[in-house]
Design a protein around this ligand. Structure first.
Ligand SMILES: [Zn+2]
Length: 78
């Protein structure tokens, strides 16, 4: 079993998409038994997601709101 310290390192690697299969398995089995690291992983993933979304706000991507409007206008007969 890997230590919590190593699990922390692997969680960071996972968020950077640099985890290999063996490391992924090690982290997976650690987080099954270790609640602290499971929480840490969930928190880190949440923060990472929030930061990524922040970075992407300036990109030209149709929002789900806009998509819905388009769908509605297509469905409604004129
Ligand atoms: Zn742990």
């Amino acid at each position: 079993m890997i230590s919590c310290k190593k699990a922390g390192v692997l969680i960071e690697k996972k968020l950077a998409h640099k985890l290999n299969t063996v490391e992924g398995m090690e982290l997976f089995f650690h987080t099954i038994v270790c609640k602290a690291c499971r929480n840490y992983e969930a928190q880190s993933a949440f923060i990472e997601k929030a930061l990524t979304r922040e970075k992407n706000t300036d990109k030209h991507k149709p929002s789900s709101d806009l998509k819905e409007k388009i769908h509605k206008s297509l469905e409604e007969p004129k």
